[in-house]
Design a protein. Structure first.
Length: 95
């Protein structure tokens, strides 16, 4: 890949980030081998597990730990089915 192609892909990733499409931007950064940008995009997109793995690989222990904490805080233990059933019950539907 030449420099112009690389710059075009970086610009694409930045546009995706501007549109809050962080996971898609992370995929572009992954293709470019820009793991630090990839990790940051995963973190912004809420995929804290992937971000933590990448930060760990990069030797960024504090960033990895921060992402693991965010992941653990975000985990409620509820499944989508649990949330949907709770919603139905709140609306008076027993199913």
């Amino acid at each position: 890949m030449d420099e112009a192609e690389k710059n075009a892909l970086i610009a694409k990733a930045k546009r995706l980030e501007e549109r809050l499409l962080y996971v898609k931007a992370a995929a572009v950064y992954a293709g470019l081998g820009m793991e630090e940008n990839e990790a940051a995009s995963y973190e912004k997109g809420g995929d804290f597990g992937k971000a933590a793995q990448l930060y760990e690989k990069l030797g960024k222990k504090e960033d990895a730990e921060r992402c693991r904490r965010k992941r653990d805080e975000a985990s409620t233990g509820q499944t989508w089915q649990d949330v949907q059933a709770e919603f139905q019950q709140d609306r008076g539907n027993p199913y």
